[in-house]
Write a protein that binds this ligand. Structure first.
Ligand code: HEM
Length: 415
């Protein structure tokens, strides 16, 4: 394999068009790639990524003070450690697991049924823009206990906040726009928080308002930051995973037929989608001391980006890594949504995704509803298929054709 081109840049157009084409060369010849314009390192081998995400004494999340706090309006889970991190994670996770889960699943199914209904008689839908994006924001508002009728406005603010967090380089104009979105989102949330303090309900906003840490309630700012944290963390990867799942299944008709016959295989299909094309492609950390990774010195204080897509395709971790195979023995579906996952799509270590099990339930529920409705589903424009995004990545659009459904029976979506 040829050595890496000295002019190669992860910020270049060639990489943006298809990062997957570059992963093997990076892992083999440049496993710790330095990007001078942003003074950051990009780490591509599975073992090195795993080390960066789990060696917490060396690699911290300090850089989120600049990358996230300004738009999250306060400190987020990713910045916390120790007892505070454990306690706040526990409160957040209670909002969408255990007793809260059945109502969340019902809400997911209702949202999905309502959004897909108008497209069924047409036999056409853009699974990203007509369905996935509105679905993911609305489902997340349900998890939080925010008013779904405001979803379009919240989605707009959310886009600005997400752009800030996931940008590798922002112009001053875009930065101002993102901060404006965050300020407006905060102004929307504070009255809701105050109302739930007076009249708590069975939702995550109320749970955060009423929780006490060592006898002290959280401030409005603490609650706002955690709400924006969950909103941003939950919505974007979910819609991208759904679109990628459907696209991979369409491109692998035998596996699609198997999943249609046996919906129990959906978990494996979702886990393999996450391994093969993780929607969160980069996870940043800061080297708190000078360290050597794969033989390369990294100075203290620099940002290290973990390349999740490259790590998940590392032949040292997965056999035939460039093959999409829902039956792969090294996937370990049962643990793919837990702290013991072999793939790194949810990260690993202290800050591993708190919503992993919920994401599985969410995507499984939607896919189980959609697949039987999308008979003879195919890509409307396979040649025009385009993925975008450096930090988070997914299809820009996914126009699908399928057999029109004259009178869809979606009325009763109770389990
Ligand atoms: C397929 C869907 C999802 C993917 C691929 C994903 C991916 C990730 C990744 C890679 C991280 C680790 C970031 C880091 O180490 O800095 C993370 C953290 C997090 N995720 Fe997810 N996520 C998904 C869905 C969700 C959902 C549905 C929720 C909430 C309901 C959620 C909430 C969070 C939160 C709050 C964190 C921060 C945890 C912490 O710092 O302790 N995620 N997610």
């Amino acid at each position: 394999m040829p050595k890496i081109d000295p002019g190669f840049s992860i910020l270049g157009e060639d990489y943006a068009a298809d990062p997957y084409r570059h992963f093997a060369q990076l892992r083999d010849h440049n496993p710790v790639h330095y990007e001078a314009s942003i003074d950051s390192y990009f780490v591509s081998r599975y073992a090195d990524v795993h080390r960066v995400l789990t060696e917490h004494d060396t690699f911290s999340t300090e850089m989120f003070t600049e990358r996230a706090e300004p738009v999250m309006r306060g400190r987020v889970l990713a910045q916390m450690t120790g007892a505070e991190h454990t306690a706040k994670r526990r409160i957040v996770v209670r909002g969408f697991t255990g007793a809260a889960l059945p109502a969340q699943i019902r809400a997911i199914r209702d949202n999905a049924a309502e959004l897909i209904a108008p497209f069924l008689p047409l036999g056409r839908v853009d699974l990203v823009n007509d369905f996935g994006k509105p679905f993911a924001v609305r489902a997340t508002l349900d998890i939080l206990g925010l008013d779904k009728r405001d979803w379009e406005q919240i989605a707009e603010w959310h886009r600005g906040v997400a752009e800030f967090v996931t940008s590798v380089a922002l112009t001053p104009e875009r930065r101002r726009h993102c901060l404006d979105c965050a300020e407006q989102l905060e102004a929307y949330l504070v009255p809701v928080i105050e109302q739930r303090r007076r009249e708590p309900g069975p939702d995550l906003v109320s749970a955060l308002c009423t929780a006490e840490l060592e006898g002290v309630a959280m401030t409005n700012r603490d609650v706002t930051a955690l709400l924006i944290n969950v909103l941003v963390a939950a919505a974007e990867p979910a819609d991208k995973t759904l679109a990628l799942l459907v696209k991979h299944l369409i491109n692998h008709p035998t596996q699609l037929a198997e999943v249609r016959r046996d919906p129990e295989l959906l978990s494996a299909a979702i886990a393999e989608t996450l391994r093969y094309t993780p929607p969160v492609q980069l996870i940043p950390r800061q080297a708190d001391r000078a360290v050597t990774l794969a033989g390369h010195p990294i100075p203290a204080g620099t940002t290290v980006f973990c390349m999740i897509g490259a790590a998940n395709r590392d032949p040292e971790a997965f056999a035939d890594p460039d093959v999409f195979d829902i039956h792969r023995p090294d996937l370990g579906t049962a643990r793919s949504f837990t702290a013991a996952a072999q793939h790194l799509a949810f990260g690993t270590g202290l800050h591993q995704c708190v919503g992993a099990a919920f994401a599985r339930a969410e995507i499984e529920t939607v896919a189980a509803l959609l697949l039987p409705l999308l008979d003879r589903v195919r890509l409307s424009d396979a040649a025009g298929y385009l993925e975008t995004g450096l930090y988070t990545r997914g299809p820009a659009a996914l126009p699908l054709d399928f057999t029109p459904v004259a009178s869809p029976r979606l009325g009763d979506t109770r389990p």
